[in-house]
Design a protein around this ligand. Structure first.
Ligand code: ZN
Length: 576
């Protein structure tokens, strides 16, 4: 829930903005019409700019070209200027404060637009500076390659893509090689650090001018989340996951030490299989990657989503069936709803046929089906989107988990050669994935909170203190480097990561609801959705149809009959 403090703080700190004081909360016949007229006019202005920004964003990430990044920045500035329009905000504030809107959808739309405009009520210069700096740093991410020594190369160096770094961390049994590649990949942090520190300062300055304590506090409140409740939820999660995590990690450490022929006590962060230990190292019997090496991942996704009556053919077509890695392309993956009218949703990806990308593609297409393709056209433009980032992450995670289910693979027509080994590995992987990911989310939430609350502190130390406490990794001796800077989200998706964790809680809770309602109380672990059109019907009715007319809290209750809690999640990793 949005705290009432925002309004008070604004009045106190934004005296320069003059909005009319209006009598409160008496329904009058004109209130709804006034609100509706405002929304119509606002939509007419914002929609073309939204589309231009989305297209420019897409082009920049697909090509990595400086001119594309420039176009993206220009488009974003135009959009920001519209959102910052002071007269428009004053008009909206008057309508909102007057109350009396008798149509709940219109009332919700007004509240949503209010939150959208609130954070843009800053001077244009500060907004532009933040956008420019953000873009500069993002292009460092897009173009960065880890440099390692190579005596055969002309300049004595070899450049590794993100995918190649991951491959070494996944497969090499040589500690020195792993360390070299891991350290090279962290050089990104050093390149990003100066800009990032400036950006954090600008973001905090922006938040303070709007009356918030800092950027972190502002972001939470603007996304209708309460900071205290959030920390309580994460403290509970910490308690719930600590012991199971210690046990899981002990088992993983034995295998990692064996593979590299080192003592468990000598395991370092580079012995884990990804740059941040946010995923389960592939150390168990069956190699899940092998199964996907010969598969067409797009075809599997297409067939799966078609089978549950949430087809993605349009998304594949609009992306031009271009999902392969390429120089200049953003090496990660995302989904974007370009026009928000159900006609143009795209997924950027860099597919290599392995389990990571199977799971990633199921995830991104999960976002794609929870878009204007399935959110009804009857909703106003500003509400024709997911309820909240945590609910769309939750839906994406709900589907992503299938890449580790044998029953899913077999029902999709993929033969699993050694079913017993697969089951042992996959069950462990899924369980450990939830545990490892939850500990990693603790790091991200608490680090970002600390960074924005006190940006002057030793952030290198804060990072490693938090990593040691929650992920229980060993800090390399004497290491003081801005390793946090190599994590994209800290720059490009700030104060976002906790939503992944809450998305996991949402995913578990919705999955359990599907097992109850669609599968007549079946064991959630046995439910794969394959070929069941009722799953699509459930998702549409209980998750997609409301769009953003409901807050994330309301949607969770609507879809699952209960508030968001870690209970279903704990059952999924066998916690209780
Ligand atoms: Zn996602």
């Amino acid at each position: 829930m949005l705290s009432i403090r925002i309004g008070i703080a604004l009045v106190a700190c934004m005296g320069a903005l003059s909005w009319a004081l209006t009598p409160s909360a008496n329904a009058d016949a004109g209130a709804t019409k006034k609100a509706r007229d405002f929304l119509d006019a606002f939509t007419r202005r914002i929609r073309p700019l939204d589309i231009t920004v989305n297209r420019a964003w897409w082009d920049a990430n697909m090509t990595g070209k400086p001119e594309a990044f420039k176009a993206k920045e220009d488009a974003q500035n135009k959009l920001d200027a519209l959102l910052a329009d002071k007269q428009q905000f004053a008009e909206l504030k008057t309508i909102k404060d007057a109350g009396g809107i008798d149509d709940p959808v219109v009332k919700r739309a007004i509240d949503v637009v209010y939150l959208l405009l609130l954070e843009k009520q800053l001077d244009t210069k500060l907004l532009e500076d933040m956008t420019k700096l953000g873009n500069e740093i993002e292009s460092i991410f897009t173009n960065f390659r880890a440099k390692i020594k190579d005596t055969d190369a002309k300049d004595g160096f070899k450049k590794l893509t993100d995918g190649e770094v991951r491959k070494v961390l996944k497969t090499s049994t040589l500690s020195e090689r792993r360390q070299e590649v891991w350290e090279a990949s962290k050089e990104l942090g050093r390149e990003v650090e100066p800009g990032l520190k400036k950006l954090v300062k600008l973001r905090n300055e922006a938040a303070k001018r709007l009356g918030f304590a800092n950027f972190h506090a502002m972001q939470l409140q603007l996304s209708e989340q309460n900071g205290n409740d959030l920390i309580k939820l994460f403290d509970r999660l910490d308690e719930l996951t600590r012991e199971p995590f210690i046990k899981a990690k002990a088992e993983i450490d034995i295998e990692l030490a064996k593979a590299c022929n080192v003592r468990i006590a000598d395991l370092m962060p580079w012995h884990y299989h990804d740059p941040f230990f946010q995923e389960v190292p592939a150390v168990f019997k069956a190699d899940l990657d092998k199964i996907y090496a010969q598969q067409d991942l797009i075809k599997l996704c297409r067939d799966f989503y078609r089978g549950i009556d949430l087809p993605i053919d349009l998304v594949i077509e609009k992306t031009g069936n271009d999902f392969a890695p390429r120089e200049g392309k953003n090496p990660h993956a995302f989904c974007t709803d370009i026009t928000r009218d159900g006609t143009d949703v795209r997924v950027l990806a860099n597919i290599v046929p392995n389990e990571y990308w199977m799971s990633t593609m199921l995830h991104e297409f999960g976002h794609a089906v929870y878009s204007s393709i399935n959110i009804p056209a009857k909703l106003p433009y500003v509400l024709r989107s997911e309820s909240h980032i945590l609910t769309t992450e939750g839906v994406a995670m709900l589907f992503e988990k299938n890449s580790k289910r044998r029953a899913w693979l077999e029902q999709m027509g993929v033969k699993v050669d050694d079913p017993k080994a697969f089951d042992e590995t996959a069950a462990k992987m899924s369980r450990y994935q939830l545990l490892i990911f939850s500990r990693w989310c603790q790091v991200m939430l608490r680090f970002e909170k600390g960074m924005y609350e006190n940006p002057e502190q030793d952030l290198n130390k804060l990072w490693w203190d938090t990593v040691e406490k929650y992920q229980m990794l060993r800090r390399p001796t004497g290491r003081s480097a801005p390793d946090y800077g190599s994590k994209y989200h800290i720059v490009g998706a700030p104060v976002y990561y906790h939503n992944y964790m809450m998305g996991e809680l949402f995913a578990s809770q919705v999955h359990h609801a599907i097992a109850r309602k669609v599968y007549a109380n079946a064991d959630p672990a046995s439910v794969t959705y394959v070929g069941n059109k009722q799953v699509g019907a459930f998702m549409r009715q209980y998750v997609f149809d409301p769009g953003r007319t409901m807050t994330w809290n309301e949607l969770t209750r609507h879809a699952t009959g209960a508030d968001l809690s870690p209970e279903a999640f704990a059952k999924d990793f066998g916690g209780k």
